[in-house]
Write a protein of this length. Structure first.
Length: 317
């Protein structure tokens, strides 16, 4: 969602190269600092008004890993092969049977929000295989790393390493990319703190992807707060509930004006907000079309929906 998948995958590729060269990197935080190397980020969180007790709860907590070097590239690239597996019959069946098994759910969503079921389900399949793979990373840690890329030592070390590979890279270009990442991910930390308070969930217990997204739809915390829906009317929102997740994805798309009768270019521009990747958009649209074809097939094949326990809970408004 949003920039999550692109960053998640390009980070993994780039990190594999850079970390092999960076074993001597040490953050230059004061040895007397209680923040375990997160001093730059702590300062930025104070700048945007995060309360001291919330900062201390995360960055003085021994369960929060220490800050280490965060590699990032100036021009991240995503291979088109990442999403090729989603044209397999098994994924079409997973999506189509989820729609069939939840016909009333999707009839209600389509009636109220006018979002095609196959578009919702294509996103859920690609993001997490409808709950089979929602990630095991500590979300607070992953968001904090992405929000810390502009720490001076981190920028300098990235620049040094990248110049070894490409002399055309400028420090200003690297810094501009860093500012983009910081601007994107810094607000997600107070959003995560807010989720924890609303739902009585310890922030350092929330797990998800390496880019800090979680649940079946892989929402960032701000998207959860803005678009999360209590679809099953049980009093809280859980992105690990297939019903809540389906309603929440539909609400996200609807919030940006998605409708089936839009032009292809208009639909692509809205999915772009979910994930800024052309290959991702291609995959969603192709899988969506395949799922619709399978749903309309006269000979449906059964599949079993993965079960995922509810984790994040937000009181229904």
């Amino acid at each position: 969602m949003t920039t999550v998948s692109v960053i998640r995958r390009t980070y993994a590729i780039f990190a594999a190269v850079v970390l092999s060269l960076s074993t001597n990197y040490v953050a230059s935080a004061s040895p007397h600092s209680p923040y375990r190397g997160w001093d730059y980020l702590v300062g930025r969180l104070r700048d945007i008004g995060v309360k001291e007790q919330d900062i201390n709860h995360i960055y003085q907590n021994p369960h929060m890993p220490r800050f280490t070097f965060v590699p990032f590239s100036v021009k991240p690239r995503e291979s088109s092969s990442i999403y090729t597996n989603f044209n397999r019959t098994s994924f079409l069946l997973l999506g189509a049977n989820f729609i069939r098994e939840n016909k009333t759910l999707f009839d209600d969503i389509q009636k109220k929000l006018h979002i095609p079921p196959e578009t919702i389900v294509a996103i859920l399949v690609i993001e997490s295989r409808i709950g089979e793979n929602t990630g095991h990373e500590l979300v607070a840690y992953r968001l904090s790393r992405l929000a810390s890329v502009c720490a001076p030592d981190n920028l300098a070390h990235n620049y040094k390493l990248q110049r070894k590979k490409d002399l055309s890279i400028t420090f200003e270009a690297l810094k501009e990319r860093g500012r983009y990442l910081e601007t994107t991910f810094l607000p997600e930390i107070p959003a995560l703190i807010e989720i924890g308070k609303r739902n009585n969930v310890p922030v350092l217990k929330v797990t998800g992807s390496s880019a800090g997204a979680f649940g079946l739809p892989q929402f960032l915390p701000s998207a959860f707060l803005r678009f999360g829906v209590d679809g099953d009317k049980n009093g809280h929102v859980s992105l690990y509930s297939p019903i809540d997740a389906a309603w929440s994805v539909a609400n996200y798309l609807s919030g940006y004006g998605y409708r089936a009768d839009l032009s292809l270019a208009e639909r692509r521009s809205i999915i772009w907000r979910y994930n800024k990747s052309e290959t991702y958009i291609d995959a969603v649209l192709a899988l969506s079309a395949g799922i619709r074809k399978e749903v309309d097939s006269p000979s449906p094949q059964p599949s079993k929906l993965p079960n995922k326990p509810s984790a994040l809970k937000q009181p229904a408004s």
